[in-house]
Design a protein around this ligand. Sequence first.
Ligand code: G6P
Ligand code: MG
Length: 219
Amino acid sequence: MIKGFIFDLDGVITDTAELHYKAWKNLADEMGWDFDYEINDKLRGISRMDSIKVILDHNQASLDEETLAELATKKNDIYVSSLDEMTSEDYLPGAKELLTHLRTEGFNVALGSASKNAIKVLQQLNANMYFDVIGDGNSVSKSKPEPDIFLYGSEKMKLQPDECIVFEDAESGIDAAKAGGFYSVGIGPKERVGHADLRFDSMAEATLFEIKSHFKDLF
Ligand code: G6P
Ligand code: MG
């Protein structure tokens, strides 16, 4: 029986992927590194430090940990200041409607994001009231594809993983949901989230009606 939902933030509730892209691109240009949308897509769901390592590997470059941390902080400063422009108009189409519907129907709802900036993003969107539990990049140490952030959410909601549906736009996020024994909904193309139990191209199609129709034996 489904009693709870766990939502990833970036790429599910709001499109921060573009803001992350701009901030990484800024740093990459300064460092003379190659960086494009294809690599940006590989950074979905993974932590800041893991992200910079992916970019470095792609450029066959190597730097010591301290320099890497400094550069990641530099990228983060650019990213955080770009969040000031975000408003309550910046939900992905369909996201606010689904969150509202879940509230009306009395489901438990948790956030399960790898971002250490999740609280700031929720504030900018004015989205705090939709969540009973907030799991972010500060809540657990092992990031996706490990299931820890979703297990954190289900435990805090006092639910079993098989009582929860995870919403994710990242390949590593669907892997994490599966590893934890959660049901999963993928948002995005088949090549990225085709391994989810149910997939939509965008949040606009992810209505509670569609979800209940697909997982009908679980409601
Ligand atoms: C999300 C995004 C990733 C990002 C990660 C860490 O999972 O999809 O692209 O790297 O959060 O975000 P942060 O805000 O802590 O740098
Ligand atoms: Mg995401």
